[in-house]
Each structure stands twice: as structure tokens, then as C-alpha cells.
Design a protein around this ligand. Structure first.
Ligand code: FAD
Length: 406
């Protein structure tokens, strides 16, 4: 069998690309290759489950455009498909007076980004939304919501009617005259085009395809705690601190997830493996790749203060609890029970800066999604439209079906 397009990676981005391809190329042979036994086993299945508004991102960036569009597409998809979700709104809370100018600046950024309904709340109004939360001011963001992204990815794959091979780690890409031989653990597949959506392995797959991307994926672990059932009532929906001004994370937040549990986290610490979900998880290859790269050292040197604070918090439940308690003072240390963890793919340049926006590289017969950080899960449907449009228009795809959308 020769496929038209092979997608590498069945996270939410690969699944949404398969779904979009099926919409625009109804008769195409689409293949999805996933190295794990099930789809969405990495970032997609281990994230906070938040449908983001787009308030944080640089005005005019791809992130802003695709987050806003993708968010509404996601709500509509979840509604149509009966996937549990809720447009519950969130609070971003300033806990010290010195934070108020940053809160105001974030509100203005949100307004510039066209986020509907956001407004500043004085302290007495915070408790109307979150009775146990305390702050000197907050931004209320009504369009934010919650969803199970793993369920979304599964449904997208089903609807794409793509041939899905799991336990099929891509190990080599061999160019031939009219496409590729893709060598995997599950055998070799022939395809005319490749779209790689490999998340934490994106840079490696790109190198397999002869590219020399201007970034490297460096893993950053995020630990979560859960609130014990008796304490869940202390958080109604989503409570966030102000994000750190330069460190690329949103800060430890309190999140109700769709099954009613409440999670606290994640933090962000350098990880010794890209895909090992334990504090002791080490991969020599991943560690070598990260630490032999000048960009990592430059990044760590720039952010040593934040990095050190995150490390201390990762080692101390008490410090983690203190972060949660700043937002909800009635949370007790015993309310926190250790939860799961996720690992972010941070794309770091040689200069030690992180790549802040979505980023793809395109070649004659392949497209590589090299950076799909948060809010890529929220934006996935719009991101997939953009990826498919870029790919098909560049390749002048021979199955001539008009590309709609974006
Ligand atoms: C802790 C955390 C919290 C987050 N919270 C949110 C949030 O609340 N909202 C939001 O919108 N975003 C959030 N994000 C970001 C979001 O989860 C990611 O941006 C998104 O899941 C990226 O999807 P992906 O498909 O690119 O990557 P992934 O989900 O990592 O999928 C990549 C897939 O490729 C497969 N793969 C890799 N290499 C190979 C190979 N060689 N052969 C075959 N398959 C391969 C992997 O097994 C994997 O299944 C969060 C991320 C993290 C880590």
C-alpha cells in the first residue's frame, strides 16, 4: 500500500491534522504512525486540560490568531461530538499590590488580543466567582474552559478514518523519487508526503529528514498535586497567578478538571528525560542531547533564579503548598496529595532563548511541526487547518480538492 500522506505522531496536533486532511481530501490514503501503544500518551494526555483564551500571547502572533479561532472550533467540535467540556471561565489573580501594574498590562494585552468579556475585578468581587480565593485584584476571563484533550484526540482520529498504527516508532525516513519509505518498528511504509507532529521528538524527526532546525527540544517536567476530595469545594473553576514576566510558564494554578477533581500545578523544572514520568526518570541520550547543547546552558544561565525556585518547589511539598495558598489561603498542606506529571517540549535556540510561537518547517515533500507549545491543544483544530493549507499549497498536491478554511 502506498499512502498519500503519513503523519508521524498521534498527539492532538497529528490527530487534528489527520482530521483536517480527511475534510479537504476525502479520498486520500492517510496514515498515522504512533510509537506508543495508545494515542495522546505524552503532552496531549498529560496537560492541564484548559481551553485557553489567548490573553497571554504576543499580539499579532500565530499563537493569538490560532488560539482564538481554535478555541471556538474546539467548543463547537466538543458540543457536536458530545465530548465533556465546560466554558467555566477563569480568574488571574494578583496577590500583592506591586503586581497590580502587571495585572493591568495583562488586561490591556487581552483587550488587544480581542478576548471578549475580560474585566478587572476588585478584591470584593473575586469572592463572587471564587469564594475561597483572596487577592488584591483579578482578571475574569469568561471564555476559558476545560476539556479532556485525550478524548478529543481519540475522536479526531476516529473521524479522520486514517490507518492508525500504534507501537510504530519511526526510526528512519528514506527519500525516494516520489516520496518516502518510512521505516518503523511495525514495518516499512511508502508515502508520497510526510507531516511530522512528534512533540517532544520533533527536532530528532526533522534531523532524520535532513533538516538542521535552529532549535533543540529541551524537556521541562511539570508536577501536579491533587486536592483531596474534602477540599475540592475550595476551588470552583480555574484560579491562576500572574504569569512570570520572562520564564515561559503560567505559574502553579488550581484547575478543576472535567471529572470534578481539582489539580494544583504544574511547576517547571529541567527534566533528565523527554518521556519518563517519574522524578528519578533519566535517559542518557536525552540528557546528553540537552546538556551538550549551548542553548540549554545559555537558557539556564539566563533563568537560573526562576529555575532554582522551581527546583526547590519540586523537592518541597511545603513550598508547592505555599504557592497554592497564596491564591486560596484556606488550603492546608494536608489537602495536597501527589498527582501526575507532564513534560513540556521547550524549543530552545542556540542563543538560549525559547521559541515563543508555533513553528513549522516545510520541504519538497515533508512538513515538520517543530514547535507546538501551549496553547497548541486549545488551538489544534485551527493549527491543523494552517498546517494543511501550508502543506497542500506548497506541494501543489495532485489530488485537486479546494483547500477551505483559514
Ligand atoms: C504539563 C503541561 C500542561 C499543559 N497544559 C495545556 C493546557 O491546559 N491547554 C493547552 O492548550 N495546552 C497545554 N499544554 C500544551 C499542549 O499539551 C501541547 O502543546 C500539545 O499537546 C502538543 O501536542 P502534540 O501533538 O504536538 O504533542 P504530543 O501530544 O507530545 O504528541 C506527539 C506524539 O508523537 C509521537 N511520536 C514522537 N516520536 C515519534 C516517532 N519517532 N514515531 C512515531 N510517533 C512518535 C509521541 O509518542 C506522541 O504521541 C500543556 C503541556 C504540558 C506538558
Amino acid at each position: 500500500m502506498r499512502y498519500d500522506v503519513a503523519i508521524i505522531g498521534a498527539g492532538i496536533v497529528g490527530s487534528a491534522v489527520a482530521y483536517r486532511l480527511r475534510q479537504v481530501l476525502p479520498s486520500a490514503q492517510i496514515l498515522v504512525l504512533e510509537k506508543e501503544p495508545t494515542p495522546a500518551a505524552h503532552q496531549t494526555g498529560r496537560n492541564s486540560g484548559v481551553i485557553h483564551s489567548g490573553i497571554y500571547y504576543r499580539p499579532g502572533s500565530l499563537k493569538v490568531r490560532l488560539c482564538a479561532k481554535g478555541r471556538e472550533m474546539l467548543y463547537a467540535f466538543a458540543q457536536e461530538e458530545g465530548i465533556p467540556h465546560e466554558r467555566c471561565g477563569k480568574l488571574i489573580v494578583a496577590t500583592e499590590r506591586e503586581e497590580l501594574p502587571r495585572l493591568q498590562a495583562l488586561l490591556e494585552r487581552g483587550q488587544q488580543n480581542g478576548i471578549l468579556g475580560i474585566r478587572l475585578l476588585p478584591p470584593e468581587e473575586i469572592t463572587e466567582y471564587e469564594p475561597h480565593c483572596r487577592g488584591v485584584g483579578a482578571i475574569y476571563v469568561p471564555v476559558t474552559g476545560i476539556i479532556d484533550f485525550r478524548a478529543v484526540a481519540r475522536r479526531l482520529l476516529e473521524k479522520s478514518k486514517a490507518a492508525l498504527y500504534t507501537n510504530a516508532e519511526v526510526q528512519a525516513l528514506r527519500r525516494e523519487a516520489h516520496g518516502y519509505f518510512v521505516e518503523t518498528q511495525a514495518g516499512t511504509f511508502q508515502t508520497a508526503y510526510v507531516i511530522a507532529c512528534a512533540g517532544l521528538q520533533a527536532d530528532r524527526i526533522a534531523r532524520m529528514d535532513g533538516l538542521n532546525p535552529p532549535l533543540r527540544i529541551v524537556p521541562f517536567r511539570g508536577d501536579y498535586y491533587e486536592l483531596r476530595p474534602e477540599a475540592r469545594h475550595k476551588v470552583r473553576n480555574l484560579i491562576y497567578p500572574l504569569p512570570h514576566p520572562t520564564y515561559p510558564v503560567l505559574g502553579v494554578h488550581l484547575t478543576r478538571i472535567v471529572n470534578g477533581e481539582v489539580e494544583v500545578g504544574p511547576n517547571a523544572v529541567f527534566a533528565w528525560a523527554r518521556e519518563k514520568y517519574s522524578r528519578a526518570g533519566v535517559s542518557l541520550r536525552d540528557t546528553w542531547d540537552a546538556l551538550s547543547y549551548t542553548g540549554t546552558w545559555r537558557f539556564l544561565a539566563k533563568h537560573w533564579k526562576e529555575g532554582w525556585a522551581e527546583y526547590r518547589r519540586a523537592l518541597s511539598k511545603r513550598l508547592f503548598w505555599k504557592s497554592a495558598q497564596r491564591l486560596v489561603p484556606s488550603i492546608e498542606e494536608e489537602d495536597l496529595i501527589p498527582g501526575r506529571m507532564g513534560i513540556r517540549a521547550l524549543a530552545i535556540t542556540q542563543q538560549g532563548t525559547f521559541w515563543d510561537d508555533f513553528y513549522f518547517a516545510i520541504q519538497e515533500r515533508s512538513l515538520h511541526v517543530l514547535n507546538a507549545p501551549s496553547p497548541a491543544a486549545t488551538a489544534s483544530l485551527a493549527l491543523a487547518e494552517a498546517i494543511v493549507e501550508k502543506a497542500l499549497s506548497t506541494w501543489q498536491f495532485s489530488i485537486s480538492v479546494p483547500v477551505s478554511g483559514s
